[in-house]
Design a protein around this ligand. Structure first.
Ligand code: ADP
Length: 202
């Protein structure tokens, strides 16, 4: 597969409710990178009642992570659909160290890498409030119940938060104040991406 040498790959990082999806969609529109959201993909599978959807549903409804093999196979298929992308924006992936290593190997095989990880920082009380609010309209079972939300936040702390160090050590982690207005966060992140595109990044 041929890959553009200046490919930019971005990971949106943070706990549930931090605003990853909102920012990822805005960035996708602005920069034209391919947006890949594992949560959306799982929900699409569940809606269509595919084998993968049936398998994932119990984990998601309980607030657990879907097993790595399942998630990784799904994402491989998705990436294959857009081999000529100028870059990817990952939302909700990677969520474990195993997933992060797989992503690194995959990008390395294309002579690319994760260029920036934007970690949205939001206090837990605000996260719970935001998710419950979203639950009023999202129709997502995992958004409607405080207990499930707390399980998700716990899983985040145990499995996903350690990735921050992983990416910090690689020098690609950017911590962003997720309490700022949506548009300000978008501008802050966009400025960094512009710098990366111009070769002035880290
Ligand atoms: P949020 O970021 O609000 O938790 P998502 O839509 O990203 O919402 O994810 C919903 C659920 O889908 C997660 O709680 C988890 O069960 C599952 N999921 C999404 N991405 C992954 C992943 N990379 N690995 C394992 N499970 C995942």
């Amino acid at each position: 597969m041929k890959v553009k040498p200046n490919m930019i790959n971005i990971v949106m990082f943070g706990p549930p409710g931090a605003g990853k999806g909102t920012q990822a969609r805005l960035l996708g529109k602005r920069f034209g990178y391919v947006y890949i959201a594992t949560g959306d993909m799982f929900r699409e599978h569940i809606k269509n009642q595919t084998a993968l959807g049936k398998l994932a549903q119990q984990y998601i409804d309980n607030g657990d992570l879907v097993p790595d093999e399942v998630t990784i196979d799904m994402i491989r298929e998705e990436i294959k659909k857009a081999p000529q992308a100028e870059g990817y924006i990952f939302d909700g992936f990677p969520r474990t160290i195993v997933q992060a290593r797989v992503l690194d190997d995959f990008l390395q095989s294309k002579n690319a890498r994760v260029n920036a990880v934007f970690a949205l920082e939001v206090p837990e009380a605000v996260l719970i409030e935001r998710i419950l609010n979203r639950g009023k309209t999202s129709g997502r079972k995992d958004d409607a119940n405080v207990e499930t939300i707390k399980v998700r936040l716990e899983k985040y702390k145990t499995n996903t938060e350690p990735l921050k160090n992983y990416y910090r050590e690689k020098g690609v982690l950017y911590e962003i104040d997720g309490l700022q207005p949506i548009e300000e966060i978008h501008e802050e992140i966009s400025r960094i991406i512009e710098q990366l595109k111009n070769g002035n990044g880290r």
